[in-house]
Design a protein around this ligand. Structure first.
Ligand code: SAH
Length: 356
């Protein structure tokens, strides 16, 4: 390894100007990616974790300007999966070696605590060695607590942008960054493995907003960090904005790996949507998680957060096996276990409630 790569690989304290320099040009990419890859290998070896994404509903009370399933989009055909649908997805996923299911959806009011707790309990009963991740937007603290007690292990709630002004431009009136951050701290205090993250290249985003994102994540120290390019959706107020760039997204994945050696970082669907080899590129840049779609084929086209979202046969059972082979051919190993966040060495004294 050349000395600059080694130096970078040891760097968890990059200052603002170093970060802006790494983000702003392709000049350092080769070193940056090599350093990120070295860090990922040091912590995780060749392991890549699978998460099965189940898109439980595209009904949403919210109206985020960037999102295709926002309430204001009258052109989406709405659906919600019932228990049988969701449990069938879990069965398929288990047979394909998934040991985490992610229940993601719009903020659908039918998803009461009672409804979700029963579902979570049933999944946990059937698949003892599986983790459940929720990605259902903002809920009251008491609800997060109830879902955790029912057996949910992780919660994904991206902060989307850590700049309050920018947050205001991406969201409708009434949604506030402060509130979003409060939810993330609440989730953490309850004991969830928390995931946060942001979109890259969202409308009005400036480099200093990305710096704020990284600094906020350093405060929060989430177990999981998901980022992906913004992709415009034709039936949203942001339809005329350009998509986020592949190169900047990859650089940010690599920077995240340097700053957060232990984080679970997915190569996201949005990344593979803007680049056919996006998943492999994300892994090479430092990601260590992939989240293939387990939703029933009939509804995948309806869960359109953005245009051209990949939802082809590639993601069906056969496709998942192919994807696993591709990942292995690229030099990684699919780990068949829950893939929890490892205990940070400096945190081993803390009570980190992974086991319940
Ligand atoms: N309702 C849940 C799940 C949302 S979808 C929630 O609000 O958390 C998950 C993520 O998709 C969002 O956090 C957002 O970052 C991303 N997303 C939504 N619309 C997008 C778009 N147009 N382009 C790229 N990513 C988008």
């Amino acid at each position: 390894m050349d000395t600059r790569v080694e130096e970078l690989a040891r760097c968890q304290n990059l200052d603002d100007s170093a970060l802006l320099k790494l983000m702003g040009t392709d000049q350092y990419d080769a070193q940056l990616f090599a350093a990120a890859d070295a860090v990922r290998r040091r912590v995780y070896g060749r392991d890549v974790y699978l998460r099965g994404l189940i898109e439980v509903s595209n009904i949403c009370r919210n109206n985020c300007h960037y999102c295709g399933i926002r309430r204001g989009n009258r052109l989406v055909k709405r659906y919600r999966l019932n228990y049988e649908d969701i449990l069938a997805c879990c069965t398929t996923g288990y047979a394909l070696n998934f040991r985490t299911v992610v229940l993601q959806g719009g903020e659908d009011l039918i998803h009461t605590d009672e409804w979700l707790c029963a579902l979570i309990g049933e999944i946990k009963k059937r698949y003892l060695d599986c983790a459940i991740t929720l990605s259902l937007g903002e809920r009251p603290a008491a609800s997060y607590q109830a879902l955790f007690e029912a057996g949910a292990d992780r919660y994904l709630l991206r902060h989307e942008t850590a700049d309050a002004g920018h947050y205001g431009r991406l969201h409708p009136e009434g949604m506030r960054l402060e509130e979003r951050m409060r939810h993330l701290w609440e989730l953490k205090a309850i004991g969830y493995q928390v995931g946060s993250g942001f979109m890259v290249g969202s409308p009005y985003q400036r480099p200093e907003h990305l710096l704020a994102d990284l600094r906020f994540l350093q405060e929060l120290q989430p177990a999981m960090i998901g980022i992906g390019p913004f992709i415009s959706h034709r039936d949203t107020p942001f339809k005329h904005f350009a998509n986020g760039a592949l190169d900047l997204t990859l650089r940010l994945i690599a920077i995240l790996r340097l700053l957060f050696p232990y984080a679970l970082i997915p190569a996201t669907t949005a990344l593979s949507t803007i680049a056919p080899q996006g998943r492999e590129m994300g892994l090479a840049a430092g990601a260590n998680v992939v989240m293939p779609n387990l939703s029933p084929l009939a509804v995948r086209k309806l869960y359109t957060l953005y245009d051209n979202k990949i939802c082809t046969g590639e993601e069906a059972a056969e496709g998942v096996r192919l994807l696993q082979r591709q990942i292995e051919a690229a030099g990684y190993r699919i780990a068949v276990h829950r893939g929890d966040a490892p205990l940070l060495p400096e945190r081993q004294g803390e009570i980190y409630k992974i086991t319940k």
